[in-house]
Design a protein around this ligand. Structure first.
Ligand SMILES: Nc1ncnc2c1ncn2[C@@H]1O[C@H](COP(=O)(O)OP(=O)(O)OP(=O)(O)O)[C@@H](O)[C@H]1O
Length: 318
């Protein structure tokens, strides 16, 4: 693979805006996105439904023009240099564009004919565990199998940059893990990967960097640990309306119908005091759970508007 992008980001986006429709019907789906995808990294673009991830990717892929802003992909312009970018990039769209009449092998063979330096069809069939489906027509495949053919075609040209829009949606847990191994392997080959996903575990497992998008903007950037840092840890148990609210480190006590949750900035201190209170009052805390801040808690806070700092934040640079 010829990765000559040096230390420059493989993808650089500044002030990207994208509007659908015009006049009264205009809707701005992307509202000033800045994004760097470092060369050789796996970067995950995460977001709530309708956050603008696909709308952003479509501009990078040269499928749609930006309303405003600057975009460079492998140092090139997504529209005017589209042919060159396509040669060096593997793209997995959300929807497959292959005809249903051809078999899997015929589909990949046909696709292979459009590439400059394709990896062998049989190698791709093996890589995606599709050998025993090779002679089945595309229309007879399951959703997960179709997704794997799409992925095989995206990776066949041994691309420098791989853009994967929800690569594991519709896959069972085992196939999902296979795809993770495959994506991880791309990093070892020196490729740059930009992936969108709804699965937080996927983003945490795979990505070097996360970009969290909400309502058309990037609201958090950094490694999973950096992003979770600063968010509260939680201690929760079966409902206890009598639990003291002034335990060391506790910022907030949430009483829900089936659970009491303490948010704390000092997990061990709060837990120690809670246990002392429980012992002193002979209280048994049923279904006790204590956890450090997770990407999930940050994501949920963003999704339901509880994000303590909704302004764009470059956590990684702190
Ligand atoms: N062709 C279109 N015309 C008008 N609005 C659109 C169009 N395509 C997308 N949108 C709107 O733009 C917003 C962003 O959509 P987009 O598909 O980019 O989000 P997403 O982050 O990829 O969402 P999801 O995770 O649900 O796939 C949504 O509110 C969507 O309804």
């Amino acid at each position: 693979m010829n990765n000559d992008s040096g230390s420059k980001p493989a993808v650089r986006v500044r002030g990207l805006r994208r509007t659908y429709g015009t006049g009264h019907d205009a809707y701005e789906a992307v509202r000033g996105v800045d994004l760097d995808v470092p060369a050789g990294s796996i970067t995950a673009l995460l977001g709530t439904n309708g956050a603008g991830k696909t709308s952003t990717l479509e501009v990078l892929e040269g499928l749609a023009p930006a309303s405003a802003g600057e975009v460079s992909v492998l140092g090139l312009h997504p529209v005017s240099d589209r042919a060159e970018i396509r040669r060096r990039t593997g793209v997995l769209l959300q929807r497959s564009g292959f005809s249903g009449d051809l078999t899997v092998r015929e589909t990949l063979r046909q696709w292979s004919g459009t590439l400059t330096n394709p990896r062998p069809v049989d190698e791709m069939l093996g890589l995606l565990s599709l050998e025993d489906r090779a002679d089945v027509r595309m229309l007879a495949l399951s959703g997960g199998e179709t997704r794997r053919v799409d992925l095989a075609s995206a990776l066949m040209g041994d691309p420098e940059l791989v853009i994967l829009d929800e690569p594991t949606t519709g896959l069972d847990p085992e196939s999902r893990r296979e795809v993770w191994r495959l994506v991880d392997g791309l990093r070892e080959r020196g490729a740059t990967v930009l992936i969108t996903t709804h699965y937080l575990e996927e983003a945490e497992t795979l990505a070097d960097r996360l970009e969290i998008m909400h309502a058309g903007q990037i609201v958090r950037s950094g490694t999973p640990t950096e992003i979770a840092k600063g968010h509260p840890s939680t201690i929760s148990f079966a409902p206890r309306p009598d639990v003291p609210e002034d335990l060391l480190g506790v910022r907030r006590v949430i009483h829900e119908h089936n659970r009491t949750t303490l948010e704390t900035s000092a997990l061990q201190d709060s837990l120690t005091e809670l246990m002392a209170w429980a012992q002193h009052n002979e209280v048994r805390l049923e279904d006790l759970d204590a956890r450090s801040p997770s990407l999930e808690s940050v994501f949920l806070a963003i999704a339901d508007g509880r994000d303590p700092d909704p302004s764009p934040l470059e956590v990684g640079s702190l």
